[in-house]
Design a protein around this ligand. Structure first.
Ligand code: GCB
Length: 614
C-alpha cells in the first residue's frame, strides 16, 4: 500500500490544487555540501531554471550537461489562511532519479524512482498565512539497485559521470508539474474500475478507498452531462444501458463523480474521466471490446530540444497530431511511464498505450548497450544486489499501476525492456514482477516485456510469462545491414518459424524495429544511414510481419530522433526516428503512413495467405 493517494490533482468544491511550476532557484552540489551549509533552509544562489524541465540543455558548459550527483531546487509558496484544518501536500509528478523534499527546513519526503509521482505531507511543517520555503535535493546517479540501471564512475579529474546501461540520455531534474494540494480531513484515497460488456449494457464495477465512517455516492455522467447510472457505497456495480464504448481512435468518455459524505455533510469529491471498454488476449489476437486490434504505432521517448525529458504541452500536442496523421493507433511509453497528461490525451484521442515501467538497462552493458547484443552473459539477476533492485522494481510497478489503472488508453503493462533472459536466475525475478502486476491491476490487463535480439525461441527462459510477446528486432540494421539484407530477411523468417514451433499460441507485437537514418542523407542506390535504406529495410520487415498471422502489431523504433550519451554508435543521438527531433518527417513517414492507413484501427483479420499461428 502506498502511503499517499496518487489521484491526479483536482480543484473542486472540496479540493484545492495549485501548480507551483515556474522559475525555481537551482544549484549543483558537486562537493555534497548542501546539508552542511544549510541548503534545506534555502539556496545561496540567484540562478534559476524552469520547472518542469531537465536541467541539462540550458547551460553552455559541458560539466553541467554531463553532471552526475546531487542538485538542488528552491521555490517559495504562500498558504492561504482559509486552508486551516485541511491536509496539505506537495505532489511531484516526477523527480529524476531520487529526491529529498524539505518544507521550511524540515524533511517531509524521500523518494527513489524518477518517472512516477510522490507526495509529501506538509500539514505539520507548513505555515498558514505566510510564505513557505520548498527545497528539493535531487540526485541523478545511476546504480544497479535502482531502475533504470547503470553505474556512476569517477573520472581521473574527480568528476562523476553517469554510465547508463540503456540508450537514452540520462536527463534529470523536476520533470513534471509540482502541485500544492489542500485536501479534506476525510478524503477519497483511490477509485478503481473494471468493466464487463453485455448485450445492450455495461457493468461498471467500482471500489472506492476512503476515510472510514463515511458514505459514498457515485454518479456516472455521459459526455453531455446526463446521468447514465448512479450508485452508493464503497463497492458496487453501475449498470449502463446502451453504453457508448471507448474505442480505438473513437473515444467516448464518461465522467464518474464520486462524493464522500460525513453524516449529511459533503466531505470530499473526485471526478474521474473514464471510458467503458474491455481488453483481453484470446488465442493469437488482442481484443478490444471483443474485436481484434492490430497495433500500429511507435516506441517513443519523452525527449525534445531545450526541455530534455521535461513535460511540455506543446510537444505533446504536436506528437499526437503527427501520430494521427500517420494513421497510428498506439504507442509504447518506452522506457518509463510518461507524464500523466500524455495518458489523458490518449484517453481523449483514442490511442492505445503499452505502459512501460522504467526497468531498462537490466543487462550489464556500456556503449549504448552494445554488449547486450553480443550474446555475452552478465548474470544480471543473480547479483548480490539483486534483492534491492527487485524492491525498487516492485515499487515502480505498484506506483505505475496505482497511477494509470483507470485510463482506458492503457491496454497492457510492459514490465521490462530488453532484460537478460537467457539465464535461469532471471526466472524467479520475473515471476515476482509478473505476479505483482496481476495482483495490483483490477482490470487484469495483459502483461508483457520487450525481448532483446538474443532472447530467441531457443534461449529465452521468461517469454512464457508474457500474455502477448513483444519483440525488439533489428534485422537489416544491427543484424545483416546493407547489401546483406537478403540474409537478414532469411534469418528473420527462420526466427519467426522458431517462435511458431515453440507453440506459445499468443499474439506477437514488434515493439521495436528500424534503423538509423540521417535526414540529410539521400543516396541511390541506397546505403545504410540514407533515407532510401530506411525505406528498404522497413519494406523487408513489413513483408515478414505480414507472413505470420500471429503478428498482431508493429511499433517502429522510434517516433522521433532522440538524445543519447556520446559514443561511436550514435551521431549526437539516436537517429532511428521516423521524424527528426524537431518533429519533421523523414521519407519513411510516408511509407508507414500509406501502410497504416490501409490497416483498419480495429477489426483487421490478417490475410488468409499468412502463416497460421496455431
Ligand atoms: C533497443 C533498445 C532501445 C534502443 C534501440 C536502438 O533495443 O530497447 O532503447 O534505443 O534498441 O536504437 O538501438
Amino acid at each position: 500500500m502506498l502511503p499517499y493517494s496518487l489521484l491526479y490533482p483536482q480543484t473542486n468544491t472540496a479540493r484545492r490544487a495549485v501548480k507551483l511550476d515556474g522559475m525555481w532557484k537551482f544549484s549543483l552540489d558537486p562537493q555534497t555540501q548542501g546539508e552542511r551549509e544549510g541548503w534545506p533552509q534555502g539556496l545561496p544562489t540567484q540562478e534559476r531554471i524552469p520547472v518542469p524541465a531537465s536541467f541539462q540543455d540550458f547551460f553552455t558548459d559541458k560539466d553541467t550537461r554531463e553532471y552526475a550527483g546531487d542538485f538542488w531546487y528552491e521555490t517559495k509558496f504562500f498558504l492561504p489562511r482559509e486552508w486551516a484544518g485541511k491536509r496539505l501536500f506537495l505532489r511531484f509528478g516526477s523527480v529524476t532519479h531520487r529526491a529529498v523534499v524539505y518544507c521550511n527546513g524540515v524533511e517531509v519526503a524521500r523518494h527513489q524512482g524518477g518517472f512516477l509521482p510522490f507526495c509529501a505531507d506538509i500539514t505539520a511543517a507548513a505555515r498558514l498565512d505566510q510564505e513557505n520555503t520548498l527545497v528539493v535535493k535531487a540526485n541523478n546517479e545511476l546504480t544497479e539497485t535502482n531502475i533504470p540501471c547503470g553505474r556512476t564512475i569517477t573520472l581521473k579529474n574527480g568528476k562523476k559521470m553517469a554510465k547508463p546501461y540503456f540508450d537514452f540520455f540520462n536527463y534529470a531534474g523536476i520533470h513534471r508539474s509540482v502541485h500544492l494540494l489542500a485536501l479534506p480531513q476525510a478524503s477519497i484515497q483511490d477509485v478503481s474500475l473494471t468493466f464487463a460488456l453485455e448485450e445492450r449494457a455495461a457493468q461498471v464495477r467500482y471500489t472506492v478507498d476512503c476515510a472510514p465512517g463515511c458514505t459514498v455516492a457515485l454518479s456516472l455522467l455521459d459526455a453531455q452531462g446526463n446521468l447514465a447510472a448512479s450508485g452508493e457505497g464503497t463497492e458496487g456495480v453501475l449498470t449502463v444501458k446502451e453504453p457508448r464504448l471507448w474505442g480505438v481512435r473513437d473515444p467516448y468518455l464518461y465522467r464518474l463523480v464520486v462524493t464522500l459524505f460525513q453524516g449529511d455533510q459533503l466531505a470530499d469529491q473526485y471526478t474521474l474521466e473514464t471510458g467503458i471498454r474491455t481488453v483481453e488476449v484470446r488465442g493469437a489476437q488482442i481484443l478490444l471490446n471483443g474485436k481484434p486490434v492490430y497495433l500500429k504505432g511507435f516506441g517513443k521517448h519523452e525527449d525534445s530540444d531545450l526541455f530534455g525529458r521535461g513535460f511540455n504541452p506543446a510537444a505533446l500536442k504536436r506528437d499526437f497530431e503527427l501520430m494521427k496523421w500517420m494513421g497510428a493507433n498506439s504507442f509504447r511509453t518506452s522506457h518509463y511511464p510518461y507524464a500523466e497528461e500524455v495518458y489523458q490525451m490518449a484517453d481523449r484521442e483514442g490511442f492505445l498505450i503499452i505502459d512501460e515501467v522504467p526497468a531498462v538497462g537490466m543487462f550489464e552493458s556500456l556503449m549504448n548497450f552494445f554488449d547486450a547484443t553480443t550474446g555475452k552473459q552478465s548474470g544480471f539477476f543473480g547479483k548480490e544486489t539483486t534483492p534491492q533492485l527487485l524492491q525498487a522494481h516492485l515499487q515502480a510497478v505498484e506506483e505505475m499501476i496505482a497511477r494509470d489503472k483507470n485510463h482506458p488508453c492503457v491496454v497492457a503493462w510492459s514490465l521490462f525492456n530488453e532484460p537478460e533472459t537467457t539465464n535461469e536466475n532471471a526466472v524467479p525475478y520475473f515471476e515476482q514482477i509478473f505476479a505483482r502486476a496481476r495482483e495490483l491491476d483490477p482490470q487484469q490487463r495483459p502483461r508483457t516485456f520487450a525481448l532483446i535480439g538474443n532472447s530467441t525461441p531457443e534461449t529465452c527462459k521468461c517469454v512464457q510469462l508474457s500474455d502477448f510477446v513483444c519483440l525488439n528486432r533489428y534485422y537489416g540494421w544491427y543484424n545483416q545491414g546493407g547489401y546483406e539484407i537478403s540474409d537478414a530477411e532469411e534469418n528473420f523468417r527462420k526466427e519467426m518459424d522458431g517462435w511458431q514451433a515453440r507453440g506459445l499460441h499468443r499474439p506477437f507485437v514488434f515493439t521495436e524495429y528500424g534503423g538509423d537514418t540521417l535526414s540529410s542523407k539521400h543516396k541511390l542506390p541506397s546505403v545504410m544511414w540514407s533515407q532510401e535504406y530506411q525505406r528498404e529495410a522497413l519494406e523487408m520487415l513489413h513483408r515478414v510481419f505480414d507472413s505470420y498471422d500471429f503478428v498482431q502489431g508493429e511499433q517502429v523504433w522510434n517516433f522521433a530522433d532522440f538524445q543519447t550519451g556520446e559514443g561511436i554508435m550514435r551521431v549526437n543521438g539516436n537517429k532511428k526516428g521516423v521524424f527528426t527531433r524537431q518533429r519533421q518527417p523523414k521519407d519513411a513517414a510516408f511509407l508507414l503512413k500509406a501502410r497504416w492507413e490501409s490497416i483498419p484501427h480495429t477489426g483487421w483479420e490478417k490475410s488468409p495467405g499468412a502463416k497460421q499461428g496455431e
